[in-house]
Structures are given as structure tokens and as C-alpha cells.
Design a protein around this ligand. Structure first.
Ligand SMILES: Nc1ncnc2c1ncn2[C@@H]1O[C@H](COP(=O)(O)OP(=O)(O)O)[C@@H](O)[C@H]1O
Ligand SMILES: [Mg+2]
Length: 264
């Protein structure tokens, strides 16, 4: 088995299916026999809630505790933070993480904290998927510094060349200053309404605007109410409705992703 790969799922826009994609991509990778850890890096803890934790604030340990211990040079067993309730593991988040961004500001090497936290976990997993918050602040910079690859999700209704340019610029700056090895996997278009002409147009515009800079996956994830139903049931869509079009699309995306890795 090849070395562990850390993937940051990023876009500073909220509501572009970062958390849904993190969870379902992880579920597909696990079905394909890979050992996967999810890391919720969003203080709003949507991924933690999707995973089935109703009250993240009541958790004893979260990513926040790991980052705080690391920033203060204290020992903390990372195992204490890992939940094993599904086929994929999770390091959860809670609203406490929103204060970390502020408390990290004065810390030496503050951009490298998450990288340090995750380093010992590389030998346990094939993939570590970080679900980023909807901002380009210090938490996202930590994710970009810790990761090997970035997966960008976007939706037709939130399509904005300017917004995506800012994100790509952040990745470029992180590469220059903090993480020379960072690569961009590509852009995944989600919540795609297949039958509308505007959706097609937007797909073409996105492909054109980023040609050469960021590859766009051939697979698009369709919009379906099943996603909300699965999220409500705290299940991945891949398990909730495996024959549904969204589950099938995430499976195709996973296959496309793994195929792409062979060329690296
Ligand atoms: N393919 C889809 N079809 C319909 N709704 C979706 C789809 N993917 C995500 N959603 C819904 O869109 C909302 C935002 O998704 P989420 O994954 O939380 O985005 P983000 O993490 O980027 O903020 C959620 O309510 C989610 O259930
Ligand atoms: Mg999210």
C-alpha cells in the first residue's frame, strides 16, 4: 500500500458541499478497502454532526484540544480524540475551535500546528481527509500546510471566478512559504441540476476559466433531496441510498480519483 495521503477539501464559500463530499468520498474510499480518517476543521462541526454526533459541544476531546496541546508543547494522546463509529474514523470538532484561530495567532509556527498533530497518524491511515471551514483564515492555512493535495468543491449557483481565484492564490502562497509539496487534485462540481441549460453553461465556463490551472473532474455530483435525507439520518448517502444517483456519482468520482492517482 502506498504512503498516506492527506487531502484538504476546501472552498471559502459555505454551502458548496465540502462536508458532504468529505463524508461520502471517505465512505467510498473505505468501501474500496482504504483506511480513512476524517478531520473536521470547521468550528460549525457539520461533519461531526453528519457523523452522528448530535451535541459536538459535549464531546470530551476534539481537534481543538489536540491543536491547543500541540501549540503549548504539551503531550496528548491523539487516540483519545478519534471516534470509530463508522467504517471511517473521525477527529471531531466543536464550536470551541472558533477561539483557536485567535489563540493560535501568537504561537510560533502557528501555521504548522495541524501538520504536527497529524504527522503520527500517517502510518495508521491510507487517506486523511480534512473538511475545511468556509474561510481562508488560519484554520484553512493550517489545513493547506498539513495536506499533500487540495480538492476544491464548487456548485453552479456559487460559481465565482473571483472566489476561486482567491482560493487558488492562497494555495499558491502556501506552496511558496509553507508547504512546497502541496498539489491541487482538481475541482469537483456538486449540486448540479443536470437538466438545466444554465448548469451546462456554468460547467463549460468553469472548465474554460481554469483550463490549465485546475483540472475539473469529469464526474459531477447531481443535486438530490436524498442528500438532505441521508444527512438527517446521519448516514453517508453511499450507505443510505447506495443505488441513488448521488451515491453512484460519488462512487464514480472515487473511481476517477483513484484512476488519476495512478498517473501521478
Ligand atoms: N448533491 C446534493 N444535492 C442536494 N443537496 C446537497 C448536495 N450536497 C450537499 N447538499 C446540501 O447542501 C447543504 C450544504 O452542504 P455542506 O456539505 O454542508 O456544504 P459546506 O460544507 O461546503 O458548507 C447541506 O444542507 C447539504 O445537505
Ligand atoms: Mg462544511
Amino acid at each position: 500500500m502506498s504512503a498516506c495521503k492527506i487531502i484538504a477539501v476546501a472552498n471559502q464559500k459555505g454551502g458548496v458541499a465540502k462536508s458532504t463530499t468529505s463524508y461520502n468520498f471517505a465512505a467510498c474510499l473505505s468501501e474500496a478497502g482504504r483506511r480513512v480518517l476524517l478531520v473536521d476543521l470547521d468550528p460549525q462541526a457539520s461533519l461531526t454532526i453528519l457523523y452522528g454526533i448530535d451535541q459536538p459541544d459535549e464531546l470530551e476531546f476534539t481537534i481543538c484540544d489536540l491543536m491547543k496541546a500541540c501549540a503549548e508543547d504539551k503531550e496528548m494522546a491523539v487516540e483519545a480524540c478519534i471516534l470509530h463509529e463508522h467504517t471511517v474514523d473521525l477527529i471531531p470538532s466543536s464550536i470551541k475551535l472558533s477561539t483557536s484561530e485567535i489563540s493560535l495567532v501568537g504561537v510560533m509556527s502557528r501555521e504548522h500546528i495541524l501538520k504536527q498533530v497529524l504527522a503520527p497518524l500517517r502510518s495508521w491511515y491510507d487517506y486523511i481527509i480534512i473538511d475545511c471551514p468556509p474561510s481562508l483564515g488560519l484554520l484553512t492555512v493550517n489545513a493547506l500546510t498539513a495536506c499533500d493535495r487540495v480538492l476544491i468543491t464548487t456548485t453552479p449557483q456559487f460559481f465565482s471566478t473571483k472566489g476561486l481565484e482567491l482560493l487558488i492564490d492562497s494555495i499558491r502562497r502556501t506552496r511558496a512559504r509553507l508547504n512546497p509539496n502541496i498539489g491541487v487534485d482538481g475541482m469537483l462540481i456538486t449540486m448540479y441540476a443536470e437538466r438545466t441549460r444554465i448548469a451546462k453553461k456554468i460547467y463549460e465556463m468553469t472548465a474554460e476559466a481554469f483550463e490549465g490551472a485546475v483540472p475539473i473532474y469529469k464526474t459531477v455530483i447531481p443535486r438530490s433531496v436524498q442528500v438532505d435525507k441521508a444527512n438527517y439520518a446521519a448516514e453517508s448517502i453511499v450507505h443510505y441510498a447506495p443505488q441513488g444517483k448521488v451515491a453512484q456519482a460519488y462512487q464514480s468520482f472515487c473511481t476517477e480519483y483513484l484512476e488519476g492517482e495512478k498517473d501521478e
